[in-house]
Unconditional design. Structure first.
Length: 310
């Protein structure tokens, strides 16, 4: 079994892994994923579409952990939507010692909405969850046309709510990910976030059909706003993307501005370790250098989560 890349005490960090319990059947609980991360030697950000994971993750972290175990929240309707409520909820749960007065100082990730986005619903016949993902139809929700979330830059109320969420992210120097927004919504949230002083920004799998950014735009967002482009292993099979598309992004943006993640956790997907080893191997076969893979899978995630950023 080939070892995952690391640089000194900096481990590979998978910035996007799904955990249950959730309506969707999941491979991992927080405890099971933490055990794999410790065994395999990688860090991980744990995600759930319906509830913050900070409470679960904070309670499985140990003082002797050598790998980062990180929580998150996705600002779907069940987590309060795009406003400060869900971010505050996640911050409240980010506390290993429940008797402490303050949350833990470490960063976690805040995703913009995923399943309830209008852009997402258009891709899945107006349902938040696809039965192809292994969920029973009775647990999916149908959204009538126009009832999913949209971010309209001309809507003062929505922009004010967005800024309330971003203000908590900025005040706590958290990591922002753009979720399943469409192209223009993604560009808008990056620009507004940067203007509010947020420096830790990831454009969530921007080749995904809800978003569909082109490599030239991703390059511009990196140069102008410091927004990383995420390339996720699971999108290759689930969303019919190709390694050639991924190579084009790496070449356009440069390894300094790209994050490699798995986005696994589905009941039918490989483990994080197996997924990332296959991902790295296939990129190597197509000419991506080991140093560039290390940059995208180790150095960039560690910078986002742990290092000072101007």
């Amino acid at each position: 079994m080939k070892a995952l890349p690391r640089v000194g005490n900096k481990r590979m960090i998978d910035m996007h892994v799904h955990i249950g319990p959730e309506f969707l059947r999941r491979r991992y609980s927080a405890e099971a994923l933490a055990a794999e991360a410790r065994r395999e030697g990688f860090g991980v950000v744990m995600k759930n579409h319906f509830q913050p994971t900070t409470g679960q993750v904070s309670q499985v972290r140990r003082p002797d952990d050598e790998v980062p175990l990180v929580g998150s929240v996705a600002l779907n309707f069940g987590c309060g939507g795009v406003d400060d409520h869900g971010v505050r909820s996640a911050l409240s749960g980010w506390k290993r010692d429940v008797t402490a007065a303050d949350p833990d100082p470490d960063r976690f990730v805040v995703w913009m909405p995923t399943l309830c986005c209008e852009a997402h619903l258009r891709c899945y016949d107006r349902r938040d969850l696809s039965e192809a993902w292994g969920v029973k139809r009775q647990y999916t929700r149908f959204y009538a046309e126009g009832t999913g979330f949209t971010l309209d830059a001309g809507n003062a109320d929505k922009m004010a709510a967005l800024k309330r969420a971003l203000q908590v992210i900025a005040d706590n120097d958290l990591v922002l990910a753009t979720g399943h927004f469409d192209r223009q919504e993604t560009l808008t949230v990056v620009q507004v976030a940067r203007g509010m002083g947020i420096r830790r920004i990831i454009m969530t799998h921007p080749l995904f059909q809800a978003t569909e950014l082109d490599p030239e735009t991703m390059s511009r967002m990196w140069r102008q706003y410091g927004a990383y482009s995420e390339l996720a292993f699971v999108n290759l099979a689930m969303d019919n993307l190709t390694y050639e598309q991924y190579i084009a992004v790496i070449e356009a943006v440069g390894p300094q501005g790209v994050i490699l993640s798995s986005d696994v956790g589905q009941i039918f997907s490989p483990t994080v370790g197996d997924a990332m080893r296959e991902f790295f191997s296939e990129l190597q076969k197509r000419g991506i250098k080991d140093d560039d893979i290390t940059q995208m899978a180790v150095l960039n995630p560690n910078r986002l989560l742990f290092e000072e950023m101007a």
